[in-house]
Design a protein around this ligand. Structure first.
Ligand code: BES
Ligand code: ZN
Length: 464
């Protein structure tokens, strides 16, 4: 094992160069113009995995391909773990706010800047490099591994469930390891035991058949932009509490234990406020900022479009107005049920002066796993040994849509061991990965495999 850890230290400079090559692919899944880039990125990744010594293939799906890369001993039944990640990234916009181009990786001190560096290429790359260390030093990997790296996570993982169903027997496993979450600081390695779910929709209000002169017609027809603002304003109160009947019905309240754990996380509201550049923090009464952003459901407007957006003024009543909305959900809210309640409420609220169109987009269930279970505790031990600090337990506000499908289709729980620091700027301009977190992540991964092999060796946990 020490040989593998030494290898990680000795080859770090090359690993970073390779990660930079990976980061040069603008694999933006939300934009169809990048379809070819996603394909090329998947090919690069599969080739890279083959070079490490894994059996790799690019698997086509109805959407972007999935890269599978395996290390399996034939003939023997050994513990088998999946490592999940995604090679797709969020759009880099707004481009002008980047200090260097989003797909031209730049290193400054111990930070590597590029879209996808933390979310998620850098994080799963750390696992690949740990496996490389085993394979290149001849240290025996104590379990079978399959990397499942998809290209649609940032748009809801629509094709991956089907892929899991089709490849169920090959992917049968004892657990799924995922580094696609955060850690509060280098001194706070973290095990995430709950994620929020999501319900996404786009609503459009249509008024006149074309943009109209606001002087000639304004006052006699509804303004769709104004109607939309009024409609949206009805959905939430001034504190962020959602005003949709039934919305909170299935929300499991936070336990006293969880609230105590959260208070132990390093956090200062004042520093948090300054870090985000807001004049004041916001949120539901009776909850701390940590609770609000990780364990309470929310409604966000992600985009709002209507009327004239160019320079100067233009006096019109726009023909339509639309909004992209996402609701973050917590256990036990169900995206389909919540979406029904939202749609029903929107229809009730919409005035007869405009036509309402609702497009439901992706959805994902919230996820929670016991932080004291065997899988989680194996992760805690690996984190502790790699970062030489006591790990913290967290809930996080982001979503990884496929985790509940791993559970449903493969019967496997996920172990969430995130490496993104709070200043990683995921989904924002100037995304980065901290190279010490990357190095710690590689060590954590190397130390994890014996821990995981230990808990499932000989056990019938898997039942396959
Ligand atoms: N890495 C994130 C998920 C995440 C971020 C979990 C921070 C916990 C903390 C992932 O890539 C992501 O952004 N997921 C999307 C999913 C959505 C598009 C369905 C998200 O949460 O917005
Ligand atoms: Zn993301």
């Amino acid at each position: 094992m020490q040989k593998a850890l030494d290898y990680l230290g000795q080859h770090e400079a090359r690993f970073i160069r390779e990660l930079c090559d990976y980061l040069r692919y603008p694999s933006v899944s939300a934009q169809s113009a990048h379809g070819k880039d996603l394909g090329a990125c998947a090919q690069w990744l599969a080739r890279h995995c083959s070079g490490i010594g894994l059996r790799a293939r690019v698997c086509p799906t109805a959407g972007h391909p999935v890269v599978l890369a395996q290390f399996r001993r034939s003939g023997v039944r050994r513990p088998h773990y999946l490592v999940y990640g995604h090679y797709d990234v969020q759009p880099p916009d707004p481009l002008e706010l980047w200090h260097s181009p989003a797909f031209t990786p730049r290193i400054d001190g111990r930070r590597l800047f590029a879209r996808g560096s933390s979310d998620n290429k850098g994080q799963h790359f750390a696992h690949l490099k740990a496996v490389e260390a085993y394979l290149k030093t001849g240290v025996e990997l104590p379990c079978d591994l399959t990397f499942v790296i998809e290209g649609e996570e940032e748009v809801g993982s629509a094709s991956l469930s089907e892929f899991l169903k089709k490849n169920r027997s090959e992917l049968g496993c004892d657990g799924v390891v995922i580094s696609d979450t955060g850690m509060p600081g280098l001194k706070y390695p973290a095990l995430t035991y709950a994620l929020r779910g999501i319900a996404a929709l786009e609503i459009t209000l249509r008024g006149p058949s074309r943009d109209l002169h606001s002087g000639i017609y304004g006052g006699s027809v509804e303004n769709p932009a104004m109607a939309l603002c009024q409609l949206l304003a009805e959905l939430r109160d001034g504190q962020g509490r959602i005003r949709i009947p039934g919305f909170y019905d299935d929300v499991v309240p936070l336990t006293a234990y969880e609230r105590r754990q959260m208070k132990r996380l390093p956090h200062s509201d004042a520093a948090y406020r300054r870090f985000l550049g807001v004049p004041r923090l916001f949120g539901e009464r009776g909850y701390t900022s940590w609770e609000r952003r990780s364990a309470r459901p929310t409604l966000e407007i992600n985009g709002l479009t209507s009327g004239y957006q160019g320079e100067g003024s233009k006096t019109i009543v726009p023909a339509w107005a639309s909004a992209k909305l996402t609701f973050r959900l917590v256990p036990d809210q169900d995206p389909a049920r919540v979406t029904q309640a939202i749609v029903r409420h929107l229809k009730r609220l919409c005035p007869p002066t405009v036509r309402l169109e609702i497009k439901t987009l992706h959805g994902a269930e919230p996820y929670a796993v016991s932080p004291t279970g065997e899988l989680a505790q194996a992760g805690v031990r690996a984190l502790r040994a790699a970062f030489k600090r006591e790990p913290v337990l967290m809930r996080e506000g982001g979503s990884i849509p496929i985790v509940t499908e791993f559970k449903r289709i493969l019967g496997a729980e996920s172990l969430l061991l995130g490496l993104a620091l709070p200043d990683a700027n995921a989904h924002s301009p100037n995304e980065s990965i901290n190279l010490d977190a990357f190095a710690g992540g590689m060590r954590m991964s190397a130390l994890l495999w014996p821990e995981l092999a230990g808990i499932s060796a000989g056990a019938s946990v898997r039942g396959r």
